[in-house]
Design a protein. Structure first.
Length: 121
């Protein structure tokens, strides 16, 4: 009878050091969800004088015209032709998202994890 409280105390002293370790582990679902998210949002960007296509988080040189949701066409030479026929050059460092809106590349085309790794942001 005198051993029951002593056994509980011994068991508690064995489990107590493991409590902080268990509390600091992250669930596997959140770690894999953020790792699989694309770093860049889809669209077209002008970088280093080249028109680049961003698709599934990967950048490649634009080789054919792309039509955005609002009817704007972006050509490989960086010329954008809106639905009403207006022509405009995509400025360096800017991008066109899939909706056809001209945005800043670093502010609007990078996802949160990639943006947090950019110095000064």
């Amino acid at each position: 009878m005198h051993y029951a409280p002593l056994a509980c105390l011994a068991l508690a002293s064995l489990l107590l050091p493991a409590a902080p370790v268990l509390a600091q582990t992250t669930p596997a679902s959140t770690a894999t969800a953020s790792a699989s998210a694309p770093a860049l949002k889809d669209g077209v960007a002008r970088r280093n004088g080249l028109t680049m296509r961003i698709q599934a988080g990967q950048m490649s040189r634009l080789s054919a015209p792309v039509t955005m949701d609002n009817g704007t066409v972006v050509r490989p030479d960086g010329i954008m032709i809106s639905k009403d026929g207006t022509r405009q050059m995509l400025p360096e460092g800017r991008a066109v998202n899939l909706q056809g809106t001209i945005v800043n590349f670093t502010d609007d085309m990078m996802s949160a994890p990639l943006l947090s790794s950019v110095p000064g942001k």
